[in-house]
Design a binder for this molecule. Structure first.
Ligand SMILES: NC(=O)C1=CN([C@@H]2O[C@H](COP(=O)(O)OP(=O)(O)OC[C@H]3O[C@@H](n4cnc5c(N)ncnc54)[C@H](O)[C@@H]3O)[C@@H](O)[C@H]2O)C=CC1
Ligand SMILES: O=C(O)C(=O)[C@H](O)COP(=O)(O)O
Length: 363
């Protein structure tokens, strides 16, 4: 069996070589020539999977080690009887931890403010439960969920009244509630001046040109992990935001490995074989002298480092912005999630409980 895979899918050789011959290449270079005699195609979000790529190939299974599926023409795959699997929820912890880091970095007193969450699935729902455990006032907009699923469900108008807005929707352009440019000029103008807007869903959920134009007037704080027209992001917008990162919110090591494993497991199901079990030991790192929640979060993951690197690599790059953006993602350092950290010697009971709510170990 011939398996063609994005080289940025960690452990792909270890996980898939028991089933066939694995060839890897950069995701943006996967083309119809490379896949024409492949049986299996494994991608991440940067490979467009559609008729142009697959027509005439013998691909029977497509796996995407991602949550988002806007790069995959699932309708085409169904029509051609090509099996498809993605990795729902694989990196939800990573994105929640990115959000916490960004909030502590940009607005240290955010715990006392109202946080609006738009899109309350694996990421937004986990963020909601984490914030509730910390006692934060939340309101949630997700037209596909019930109030039983999300007790603080509210209308779109109400979510726009929050002082902090976190966007975690997929990118959709059809259906009853499409998200493409959901935050267009008119909607952005309804968001409180001085509010904090964070987008870690998909870039085009926010009209980036409108955001850039309105920013001076509304003095929002802005955190963007995702951008319209990635990898060619708008440099004026990067300069205008408080935190800008190269679509790495979900890039914890755990999240990326989960993605690869979930696709491998779905592939085994498709083959009708049992899923191999993994017996990996969790690496534990000790943290000491953590006097506050913000200190612990930023000690483990400080989003400001990713922001600095993005500015250093992209600003002044001219035509090679896209290459620099992709390179930052490809060479992203190993980032371990909070569950790998044990906080020692914490004498404050409330802080200990809050750390536990975020997934830190105690001991
Ligand atoms: N920045 C990054 O690294 C990452 C970005 N993502 C993006 O974030 C999105 C969300 O991830 P998950 O929570 O894991 O997906 P999910 O599929 O579990 O949840 C998405 C939620 O958005 C809701 N939704 C859909 N349309 C909506 C609308 N018009 N208004 C409000 N809510 C709407 C759905 O009902 C669902 O509950 C993904 O589709 C992906 O595009 C996901 C992981 C990492
Ligand atoms: O899972 C998703 O959806 C994401 O946005 C991923 O974190 C994107 O990572 P790549 O697939 O672009 O490496």
């Amino acid at each position: 069996m011939k398996i063609v895979a994005d080289e940025n899918m960690p452990l792909v050789r270890e996980l898939f070589s028991p089933y066939g011959e694995v060839t890897t290449c950069p995701g943006r270079e996967i083309d119809s020539q490379q896949v024409k005699d492949a049986d299996v195609l494994l991608v991440r979000s940067i490979t467009r999977v559609n008729a142009a790529l697959l027509e005439g190939s013998r691909v029977r299974f497509v796996g995407s080690a991602t949550v988002g599926v806007d790069h995959v023409d699932q309708h085409y795959l169904e029509g051609r009887n090509i099996a498809f699997a993605n990795a729902p929820g694989c990196n939800a912890n990573a994105v929640v931890q990115y959000v916490l880091s960004a909030l502590f970095r940009v607005r240290p007193d955010w715990l006392r403010q109202t946080v609006g969450i738009v899109g309350c699935g694996n990421v937004g729902g986990r963020l909601y439960r984490t914030l509730k455990a910390l006692g934060v006032d939340c309101r949630c907009y997700d037209p596909f969920l019930t109030v039983e699923q999300i007790p603080d469900k509210c209308s779109f108008e109400e979510v726009l009244d929050a002082s902090i807005l976190c966007l975690h929707t997929p990118l959709t352009s059809s259906g009853p509630h499409p998200t493409y440019h959901l935050f267009d000029e008119q909607v952005l103008r309804r968001f409180s001046p001085g509010g904090l807007l964070l987008n870690a869903g998909r870039g085009a959920v926010v009209d980036n040109a409108a955001l850039l134009e309105l920013l001076p007037e509304y003095a929002w704080q802005v955190v963007l992990d995702v951008w319209e027209n990635e990898p060619t992001v708008s440099l004026p917008l990067l300069q205008a935001v408080n935190i800008g990162t190269p679509h790495i919110a979900g890039y914890s090591w755990d999240g990326k490995i989960n993605g690869s494993r979930m696709v491998r497991d779905a592939f085994c199901d498709w083959l009708g074989e049992s899923q191999p079990c993994s017996s990996e030991k969790t690496e534990i790192i000790d943290l000491i002298q953590m006097s506050s929640l913000g200190k612990a979060v930023l000690a483990v993951y400080d989003v400001a480092g990713d922001d600095r690197q993005m500015r250093a690599e992209l600003l002044g790059k001219g035509e090679s912005i896209g290459m620099a953006f992709d390179q930052l993602r490809k060479s992203y350092p190993q980032r371990l999630e909070f569950q790998h950290y044990r906080v020692r010697g914490c004498s404050d009971r409330t802080l200990e409980q809050q750390l536990a709510a975020l997934g830190f170990r105690s001991g």
